[in-house]
Design a protein around this ligand. Structure first.
Ligand code: GTR
Length: 328
């Protein structure tokens, strides 16, 4: 009798818990992509994500991040994730511009007032819209990493858009970026991140644009010594997993991944804020010249055609811009 009651209790508990309990298949090995080095804030965030997921699934999901673009450049890695051969990654949102329309909104120049404003957008409605578009192309967004403000750096000093005229500036593979650079008067040159250093060195390009940590960690500052603080875009980044993997997880596992990704993003954002300051100090100590752009209005004044082309005729996207601007 006691045994029967106990068995029934076990059966009831199992029925209640089973749909949410981690599935008991064999251990899975997940491959993660990272463009940056392991000690970059994003690498640390990805490693934390993997650690937490390992702990909380009793190592049934084992994640290994391949740092420093070992699994390829960003555009290739996105394709690999869509096909399911990369399982998780941290991507910048710009390489999605031609694939997921709402990512254009958060790439738009001079949209965010500051970091808090970009967090409010990406942690809120904008993030939800973007997650929807990414899911449609096979990528599940779990949390958002910081990528700070991007500024232009060049081999010759640039103080005004006129100084930029005709200069070959590397951009990410995105139509919006090409139009943005053209609107500033430059000659945009799409190239993978990993080719920027040698292209600067050999004179294939005259400059590029990125945040302080990337300018520093790639040593681009050694070959493009002038950093003009245009702060023209604050495009955020995503911590994502492949939809193919996601579809095979049960709800308990999904929750573990969601929580771990949020915790990883909290760590990344903290480390990011510290690294921005350190990177700026390092490049200045190494002899880079910072050209402070205090009045950005001559730059932002040239951006109207970019807004028009990428959001003007699209109610969904122009609505997102309006909602972001109204965020306080
Ligand atoms: C970095 C970003 C990378 C990549 C790179 C680039 O700031 O973290 O994911 O997008 O910029 O410009 O290609």
């Amino acid at each position: 009798m006691i045994l029967k009651t106990a068995l029934r209790a076990v059966a009831v508990a199992a029925a209640v818990l089973l749909p949410f309990a981690p599935s008991t298949g064999s251990a899975q090995e997940w491959r993660g992509w990272n463009i940056h080095a392991a000690d970059y804030p994003n690498g640390r965030g990805l490693d934390r994500f993997g650690e937490l997921v390992g702990q909380r699934t009793n190592n049934r999901i084992r994640m290994r991040t391949y740092h420093s673009a070992q699994l390829g450049q960003q555009d290739e890695a996105i394709q690999q994730m869509r096909l399911g051969s990369i399982d998780f990654a941290n991507f910048n949102l710009s390489p999605f511009n031609n694939l997921a329309p709402s990512t254009n909104v958060v790439t738009l120049p001079f949209l965010f007032r500051d970091v808090a404003h970009s967090h409010a957008a990406i942690d809120g409605v904008a993030g939800q819209e973007i997650a929807r578009d990414l899911e449609a192309i096979g990528i599940i967004a779990l949390s958002w990493f910081d990528a700070g403000a991007r500024s232009i750096y060049t081999t010759r000093p640039v103080r005004t858009p006129a100084d930029l005229r005709g200069m070959k500036i590397r951009v990410q593979t995105s139509d919006l970026w090409i139009d943005l650079m053209r609107a500033l008067g430059a000659n945009p040159t799409p190239l993978p991140f990993g080719e920027v250093f040698t292209s600067l060195q050999s004179g294939v390009i005259d400059g590029a644009e990125n945040n302080w940590p990337s300018y520093e960690s790639t040593r681009h500052f050694e070959v493009a010594r002038f950093y003009s603080t245009t702060e023209h875009s604050n495009v955020p980044e995503v911590l994502a997993v492949s939809r193919q993997r996601w579809q095979r997880l049960n709800e308990a596992e999904r929750n573990i991944l969601r929580d771990a990704a949020r915790e990883a993003a909290t760590l990344q954002r903290q480390l990011w804020a510290e690294r921005e300051v350190q990177s700026r100090q390092r490049v200045v100590a190494a002899g880079a010249t910072v050209i402070e752009i205090t009045d950005r209005s001559p730059w932002s004044a040239l951006m109207a055609p970019v807004y028009e082309k990428y959001t003007g005729s699209n109610p969904r996207l122009s609505n997102m811009v309006r909602q972001i601007r109204e965020l306080r």
